[in-house]
Design a protein around this ligand. Structure first.
Ligand code: URA
Length: 433
């Protein structure tokens, strides 16, 4: 087989065979296919798209490029959740104990943040003592004992995806539905889940800016998951503004705890209930979605989810007292309120830019090797549709440095106030099953 023939075939809009896709993925991962040929094929895919069969073949070829996690020693149907990424997304932290408290085993591998979006693993590391690495035996034992564990991705999962993604990043081929869908699904399949709930973000702060694009991506991923024997559904959720109020690692953990206590921002809570119901339903712990939702609501109301969260923290070496006393989490030296310069309705909050401002403060990584500061970040005080009085705080900056003029400027230029009443955006934009 010759790579040039595969490139020409895709260039001309024809369907690649399973063997041709495997040849490309194996050859590129091993280094026998050079970057320039791989880049050509990726660009041909970008323009010509892939059939459903090709997408599934590409996903499986990437899964087979490395290790896979065997969760068969965990009893029950293992349901994973994946978010396509957004600003202030602390959902894994509060959702996992909710579904675990309903009896669903949560064996979760999460990542670190890069750029303006945070990673669950960094957030969890703001809990004093918390260990994000467990041996596979400890991981499985913990899920069997307390129904949940969240660890940092380890092992050599989907090395082909890592290499192809790095090439896409520098060849203008990231925004391609078949390439994004197979990249995300290969990681989910390799992580061993039986069922998958996808949270596909839509809006200015997300990869997919419109509901139409997000639906296409959701359909592509759901099809791949189902073809590969994993019950998969996708929820499309709003990312036109940050999720919740807090953006920054320890600040987001504190907000997630508030949600588990039955308080916290409505949007985070509602998203957890929506995703959680789907997870409980797909895992067979409820006959209907309605029954699943009632179960999740109950464990939130009766404190069981909060109890599971405390046990989970203690099991991974963290200090569970942070739940009752969040001041035990890392605190920034300075907390500066940013007053509104005019009265009116919040019209728009550019999620990406709030994420970038938090990153500049130190909450996120500009490059893979940047150090992060777990205590800093931004807490917005108002959401789109809220009324704000001139002088009332629009946001609070948590910083370890005194000079935060640039951050203030960024906040002012990315929160827009209107004198007309503004509708709050709907949170759930659709479901793809
Ligand atoms: N996230 C991924 O994991 N892969 C993509 O291609 C895009 C977003």
């Amino acid at each position: 087989m010759r790579m040039v023939d595969i490139i020409e075939k895709k260039r001309d809009g024809k369907e690649l065979s399973t063997e041709e896709i495997q040849f490309f993925v194996k050859g590129y991962t091993e280094g026998s296919i050079p970057d320039y040929q791989a880049a050509s094929l990726l660009m041909a895919i970008y323009f010509q798209d892939m059939t459903e069969k090709e997408r599934t073949d590409l996903t499986m070829a990437m899964v087979e490029s490395g290790d896979t996690i065997d969760l068969s020693a965990i009893q029950g149907i293992k349901c994973d959740k994946h978010s396509t990424g957004g600003v202030g997304d602390k959902v894994t932290i509060c959702l996992s104990p909710m579904v675990a408290a309903c009896g669903v085993p949560v064996a979760k591998m999460s990542g670190r943040g890069l750029g303006h979006t945070g990673g669950t693993i960094d957030k969890l590391e703001s809990i004093p003592g918390f260990q994000v690495e467990l041996s596979s035996g400890e991981f499985i034992q913990q899920v069997n004992n307390i129904k949940m564990a969240v660890v940092s991705q380890s092992g050599n999962l989907t090395p082909a995806d890592k290499k192809i993604y790095a090439l896409r990043d520098v060849t203008g081929t990231v925004p391609s539905i078949p390439l994004i869908a197979s990249s995300i699904m290969s990681k989910k399949i390799a992580s061993g889940a039986d069922a998958i709930v996808l949270d596909v973000k839509v809006g200015e702060g997300a990869f997919m800016k419109t509901v139409e694009e997000a639906e296409k991506l959701a359909h592509a991923m759901v099809k791949i998951g189902n073809q590969l024997g994993r019950r998969t559904i996708a929820i499309l959720s709003d990312m036109s503004q940050p999720l919740g109020y807090a953006v920054g690692n320890a600040l987001e953990v504190k907000e997630a705890i508030e949600v588990l206590k039955g308080n916290g921002p409505e949007d985070v809570k509602e998203l957890c209930l929506t995703l959680g119901s789907q997870m409980v339903y797909l895992s067979g712990k409820a006959q209907t979605l309605k029954e699943a939702r009632t179960k999740v609501e109950n464990v939130l109301a009766n404190g069981k989810a909060l109890e599971v969260f405390k046990t989970f923290i203690a099991s991974q070496g963290g200090n569970p007292s942070i739940v009752d006393d969040p001041t035990l989490l890392p605190q920034a030296k300075f907390q500066v309120e940013i007053p509104a310069t005019e009265s009116g309705y919040v019209e728009k909050i550019i999620a990406n830019e709030i994420g970038v401002a938090a990153m500049i403060l130190g909450a996120g990584r500009a490059t893979k090797d940047s150090e992060i500061d777990l205590s800093v970040g931004i807490v917005i005080n108002k959401k789109v549709g809220d009324y704000v009085e001139k002088g009332e705080p629009l946001a609070t900056i948590h910083s370890n440095r005194e000079n935060i003029n640039e951050i203030k400027e960024r906040i002012y230029s990315n929160i827009f106030i209107s004198n007309q009443k503004v509708e709050a955006p709907s949170l759930i934009k659709g479901i793809v099953a």
